[in-house]
Design a protein around this ligand. Structure first.
Ligand code: ZN
Length: 105
């Protein structure tokens, strides 16, 4: 018996074979692994899986410095209006890039 399991968030689904037509995790979007059910038994010691909130928090922590850097560069070259415009544009671009991954959790 096989399962298709996500190594990042722990989500899994039953499967009849290792072949996957849809290899993405329904919860976080990561690539799934085909594993034997015996490998999923909980007697393997402590789990190293990240909690479900880890991915959105990590994405926010990675994009915030980029948004602030864009605003600072634009402010230094064009003043307050350019800095505010660059902040808004960078924040919208980050939201558009990250919104789909935040909805999949
Ligand atoms: Zn997942």
């Amino acid at each position: 018996m096989q399962r298709h399991a996500c190594g990042f968030c722990g989500w899994s689904r039953p499967a009849t074979s290792a072949t996957m037509l849809d290899p993405r995790c329904e919860r976080c979007g990561c690539v799934l692994d085909a594993v034997e059910v015996a490998e999923l038994t909980p007697d393997r010691g402590p789990s190293l899986r990240a909690p479900a909130w880890a991915l959105p928090v990590l994405l926010v922590l990675l994009t915030t410095p980029l948004v602030l850097a864009a605003a600072k560069v634009a402010y230094a070259r064009g003043g307050t209006a350019a800095g505010a415009a660059a902040f808004v544009i960078a924040a919208l671009a980050a939201f558009v890039a990250l919104a789909p991954s935040a909805q999949r959790r």
